[in-house]
Design a binder for this molecule. Structure first.
Ligand code: F6R
Length: 237
């Protein structure tokens, strides 16, 4: 594990974007695993800038997002498809057909989960996976549980996640109770993992995940076993 300690959110975002840019320059056909939430917004901002300056070209890049709320239409302003279009896809020269998220409106959830796993396999797996971390240690929406769940699956969101994400909705009642998330296997099989975390409220869980026991009760703790994990954080852990 490599921990890069930075000054603040800005520097974290710049460094994370620079590592992603390096990945794209080394392999223009990279498969990027992407996350939503507050953590990567600055990273996407910087990637947009690098694309506009001609430093990176997204035209052959494929993206696979970690998760999507179950029941939200892609046009819903809190869907993760909407988030990705707004913060990254509509602002760079990516081919929209190469951008993938689970379908939150799928009628047959099991079939949708299988489709997503097959898709990840068909593109040859993920070259670089960008991750944030939840207050309860979740990665993607792999919530604390009694076991690590390998494949894409539908998950009931924990109270802690519903509370944390209610900040984006008009009321807590509007937060979807379920989501479809990539499983631990695709994340762990990513050739590189980049974890970003900032804000004092993430300090304790980040410490626990990186230095505590490896347990499905803290899903991010499994990243300790990843061969190529880079953590970028302004937190003093
Ligand atoms: C979102 C995702 C989540 C977030 C986590 C942290 O696609 O995968 O695991 O990374 O909930 O969210 P923020 O960055 O909003 O604190």
């Amino acid at each position: 594990m490599r921990i890069i300690n930075v000054k603040d959110y800005e520097e974290m975002s710049r460094k994370a974007a620079d590592l992603i840019a390096a990945q794209i320059i080394l392999n223009p056909k990279s498969v990027l695993g992407l996350a939503t939430g507050s953590s990567p917004i600055g990273t996407y901002e910087r990637l947009v800038e690098l694309n506009r300056n001609g430093v990176i070209d997204f035209s052959h890049v494929t993206t696979i997002n970690l998760d999507e709320y179950y029941g939200l239409d892609p046009t819903h302003d809190q869907s993760y498809r909407y988030f990705m279009n707004k913060h990254l896809f509509s602002r760079v020269n990516i081919n929209m057909a190469n951008t993938h998220l689970p379908d939150g409106k799928a009628k047959d959830i099991d079939a949708e989960c299988r489709r997503y796993d097959d898709l990840i396999e068909s593109v040859g797996g993920i070259d670089l996976q960008l991750l944030g971390i939840g207050h309860n240690g979740h990665i993607g929406f792999n919530e604390p549980s009694d076991e690590f769940i390998p494949g894409t699956h539908c998950v009931s969101l924990s109270e802690s996640t519903i509370n944390a994400n209610s900040r984006f909705f008009k009321s807590r009642d509007e937060v979807p109770r379920k989501a479809i998330t990539m499983g631990i296997k695709a994340i762990m099989q990513a050739r590189k993992v980049l974890l970003i975390a900032s804000g004092e409220d993430k300090k304790e869980i980040l410490k626990k995940a990186l230095f505590g026991p490896i347990t499905p009760q803290v899903p991010a703790s499994i990243l300790q076993l990843h061969k190529d994990l880079t953590v970028i954080t302004p937190l003093d852990i």
